[in-house]
Design a protein around this ligand. Structure first.
Ligand SMILES: Cc1cc2nc3c(=O)[nH]c(=O)nc-3n(C[C@H](O)[C@H](O)[C@H](O)COP(=O)(O)OP(=O)(O)OC[C@H]3O[C@@H](n4cnc5c(N)ncnc54)[C@H](O)[C@@H]3O)c2cc1C
Length: 301
């Protein structure tokens, strides 16, 4: 019954949605069962009002960016997945880029390039949205998005208030932020501060980093990036490699032969395979080195 209230609300407010759709089409791992409803709001207030409505009806929801760090279980998601895909406006003004939460990092990087703005080249090739990147303080080549964030517009689904967050209020720390602790806080829009530089230099840096990714990452197979956080004074990929786990499989899930930090879907993996392999790798590393690996990828049951 509550689901029909949401469908009625979506129809009434002209918000695009799909019913009983496979979540595999939404996530880079290409696995997972059906979601009851997937909604695609195209305006910030549509997103916030929809989430208020979903909460009023005591239905579970999950806010999904580009799905490159998340997968859903094979049983599917008995709730509403709210996608930020259509909230993708990017505005450049001087040295500042303001992007709605669903804007893709790669598109923001290209906007920066065409405006001769430097400072986010390190992110080029991260396939997520800016909302997802701020959520987990995305990092590459020893730099993280926290270094370029100026502020964000937040919606607190607990108090139903819009709040302006300064950089400090994001609670950034290593690959962590306040959003990973307080799930009431939704990132609606983020402003990044960059600096003017020669366009050719920016383009060279971006191309160089993309080449590095192509060389080192298994981009030909569905994956969700590095599976584990970096343990203290070590690298998860080094430990997994040293344990001889490259190519180790459960069902269709495999520890990448190219990069031990990645688990890939070799074609017919299920979410259960990926989850089981993730746990098996953790167990083996714990037994062999006494180190507890912590997942970076979000598994939604
Ligand atoms: C090939 C490949 C390479 C990668 N390389 C890197 C890398 O170098 N560095 C790195 O850090 N990551 C990397 N990743 C992982 C991933 O792309 C990033 O972490 C990205 O920032 C996740 O964004 P997303 O939009 O896909 O997030 P999603 O997977 O959609 O969501 C991740 C989490 O963020 C939350 N979230 C999303 N949007 C919002 C919002 N607006 N407000 C509040 N919460 C939100 C979701 O609820 C979820 O909990 C890589 C992934 C792949 C597949």
């Amino acid at each position: 019954m509550p689901f029909s209230a949401i469908v009625f609300y979506l129809d009434k407010n002209n918000i695009e949605y799909e019913i009983n759709k496979k979540t595999s089409s939404l996530v880079s791992y290409k696995v997972g069962g059906e979601a009851k409803i997937i909604a695609y709001p195209s305006k910030i207030d549509e997103l916030c009002n929809l989430i208020v409505k979903i909460k009023e009806n005591k239905i579970r929801f999950f806010l999904l960016g580009n799905g490159t760090n998340t997968y859903f279980s094979d049983r599917g998601f008995d709730g509403v997945i709210v996608s930020t895909k259509k909230l993708n406006r990017i505005i450049v003004s001087g040295n500042r880029i303001t992007a709605m939460c669903g804007a893709l990092i790669n598109n923001i990087c290209l906007s920066a390039l065409s405006n001769s703005l430097s400072g986010m080249e390190f992110m080029y090739g991260i396939p997520g949205s800016v909302g997802g990147a701020v959520y987990m303080n995305a990092k590459a080549y020893e730099k993280s998005i926290s270094e370029i964030v100026e502020k964000s517009l937040i919606f607190d689904t607990g108090t139903l208030k819009y709040i302006d967050f300064s950089k400090k209020e994001h609670g950034f720390f290593k690959k962590d932020s306040i959003f990973m602790k307080n799930h009431n806080l939704l990132i609606l829009e983020t402003s990044l501060i960059l600096n003017q530089e020669n366009r050719e230099q920016i383009s060279l840096k971006m191309n160089d980093l993309i080449q590095k990714r192509i060389k080192s990452q298994p981009l030909n197979l569905p994956n969700a990036g590095s599976v584990f956080k970096r343990p203290k004074n070590n690298y998860a990929s080094r430990l997994i490699d040293e344990a001889g786990l490259k190519g180790f499989r459960i069902g269709g899930a495999e520890v990448s032969k190219k990069h031990a930090g990645f688990i890939v879907n070799t074609g017919n993996a299920t979410a259960t395979d990926i989850y089981a392999l993730t746990n098996k790798v953790k167990e083996i590393i714990k037994n062999k080195f006494g180190i507890e690996l912590v997942e970076e990828i979000i598994y939604v049951e």
